[in-house]
Design a protein around this ligand. Sequence first.
Ligand SMILES: [Zn+2]
Length: 77
Amino acid sequence: MYDNIKLKPCPFCGVVPEIQDFVDGTRDMNALPGFDVKLSYGIGCENEKCTCHPWTGDDSPTPQAAAEAWNRRAKDE
Ligand SMILES: [Zn+2]
């Protein structure tokens, strides 16, 4: 979905995560963004075998900002 954004693998399990969209703070894929909803983005490891499940939080205003937050975190192993 965001092919132009490079994400580093999870520092704990090595799986590359996906960017998640949030509408008004919930991860509802059926919700259509309207004029009065707040879209935000977050990235977390969803590998069920991961020991840590690092998570950026869901408050990045753009997918790029979420990617930066994730990659910053992925770097300090
Ligand atoms: Zn992981």
